[in-house]
Design a protein around this ligand. Structure first.
Ligand code: GRG
Length: 303
């Protein structure tokens, strides 16, 4: 199968699953177990705003590469995109980055107000775990695999993962850039949520220890390279193409790779990490063809 065809197939599965899990509801104060219409609209606004779907594609592709059941991985993939989207909504709030644009449209709080944007993020986060648990119970023959996947996602997205990275990032604004601190921020704020889908896929597909180790190395390299590229795009990228403002990191006094090492060294480090990511897939041989091609696409991304 061609790369584009495989990518479209994964994205199609993700969009369909999201649409099934979170259809627009119509009732303002619905019966128990349903989402009120306005809350649902605020959640869907950001979730369906056209993100690249990097994390759920990683989950589906890794699961398929390992011979796991794609059908079992659809909901975990959609749940990860919900967690990622919540983090973007909260990151854009006035108390954090105070951004006006995301994914090519006004940020959630610009449309619905801060209170409802907080709830949209909270809603997506909680609903993600609700969906993960329900999905685990739907596959009793692989219950342990799904519980382990949910555990990985919770830890990588949680208080020693993405939220930890975001906390240190916030504390580090206007501080003198420092390598160890910056590596911690990148590893947790960004790389953890890019490693989570790979390891979750491994859990669902019953990967062995060596495979989990390889996936973890691939995720860490992709995550760090992805964040350095993100820092570079903020310096050099095109705001129109990216669908959000650029030049904001310097304005906010953010600790970034270019701020510490300069643009040229940052580019070199990113290239080195992308090569290491490719190497990490070596033990999967031909079966990793899609992950290789996907990494190449991410390496060349302009948004
Ligand atoms: C608020 C707990 C909390 C965490 C926020 C996601 C995040 C952590 C901050 C957003 C700012 C940022 C630079 C994060 C690093 C990860 C990153 C590059 C996110 C953007 O991911 P993409 O490029 O976005 O996959 P799309 O919109 O394509 O999904």
């Amino acid at each position: 199968m061609e790369y584009n065809e495989a990518y479209s197939r994964y994205v199609g599965m993700i969009e369909e699953t999201i649409g099934t899990l979170l259809p627009q509801t119509a009732v303002e104060c619905p019966a128990d177990g349903e989402i009120p219409a306005y809350l649902c609209e605020t959640m869907r606004y950001s979730l369906l705003a056209g993100g690249k779907r990097v994390r759920p594609v990683l989950l589906l592709a890794a699961c398929e590469m390992l011979g796991g059941a794609l059908e079992q991985a659809r909901v975990p993939a959609a749940a990860l995109e919900m967690i990622h989207t919540y983090s973007l909504i909260h990151d854009d709030l006035p108390g954090m980055d105070d951004d006006d644009y995301r994914r090519g449209r006004l940020t959630n709080h610009k449309v619905y107000g801060v209170g409802h944007a907080i709830l949209a993020g909270d809603g997506l986060l909680n609903y993600a775990y609700e969906c993960l648990m329900k999905n685990a119970l739907a596959y009793p023959q692989n219950l342990m695999g799904h519980v382990r996947a949910a555990d990985v996602i919770a830890r990588r997205a949680g208080v020693s993962g993405m939220i930890a990275g975001q906390s240190i990032d916030l504390l580090s604004e206007h501080m003198e850039p420092e390598a160890q601190r910056l590596c911690y921020i990148h590893a947790h704020k960004t790389a953890d949520l890019l490693t989570a889908p790979l390891l979750a896929a491994g859990c669902i597909a019953g990967a062995d220890g060596a495979q989990m180790e390889a996936l973890s190395r691939f995720g860490a390299c992709v995550g760090l390279a992805f964040q350095i590229d993100d820092d570079l795009l903020d310096v050099e990228g095109d705001a129109q193409e990216m669908g959000k403002q650029t030049g904001m990191d310097a304005q906010r006094g953010k600790m970034t790779w270019p701020a510490l090492f300069g643009v040229a060294q940052s580019r070199a480090r990113s290239q080195e990490l992308w090569s290491q990511a490719e190497d990490a897939l070596g033990s999967f041989g031909e079966r990793a063809w899609f992950l290789h091609a996907f990494a190449e696409t991410l390496r060349n991304r302009k948004k």
